[in-house]
Design a protein around this ligand. Structure first.
Ligand code: RB5
Length: 144
């Protein structure tokens, strides 16, 4: 199950990603927002982050206008490694190296075509399990 959430700035892109999930039989849970009305990104960043940490969702996708506010929010939750990615290379690398459990994007930064490729790269890349990367993730967790 993939958790997905956005504020109004990410609402259109969230809709495109949900359409992509439905076309590809990817199970998801939509944590809102559910309209274009102005709202506050920390609400959705927290909801999706909590769902990932609790195990309800294996990974999360968060979108706001830039992806910045919502990724900062998610990274405040213990156990979350949210990666703001606007290219496919970074989306793959953050799974391989950081074992990122949330992908953040900016709906005002990337078009839907690129965003869907980023989503697929993120969801289809496994963590490397490399000892160096595990050590560095453990070092991050010591700061939580
Ligand atoms: C909302 O206007 C905007 O500030 C928000 O979507 C996001 O870009 C914040 O980081």
């Amino acid at each position: 199950m993939i958790g997905i959430g956005s504020d109004h700035g990410g609402f259109d892109l969230k809709r495109e990603i949900i359409k992509h999930f439905e076309e590809n039989n990817i199970q998801y849970k939509d944590f809102g927002t559910y309209s274009e009305e102005s709202t506050d990104y920390p609400i959705y960043g927290k909801k999706v982050a909590k769902a990932v940490v609790s195990g309800e969702c294996e990974k999360g996708i968060l979108i706001c206008g830039t992806g910045i506010g919502i990724s900062i929010t998610a990274n405040k939750i213990k156990g979350i490694r949210a990666a703001l990615c606007h290219d496919v290379f970074s989306a793959k690398a953050t799974r391989l190296h950081n074992n990122a459990n949330i992908l953040a994007m900016g709906g005002r930064v990337v078009g839907a075509g690129l965003a869907l490729e980023i989503v697929d790269a993120f969801l289809n890349t496994e963590f490397s399990n490399d000892e160096r990367h595990i050590r560095r993730i453990n070092m991050i967790e010591k700061n939580e």
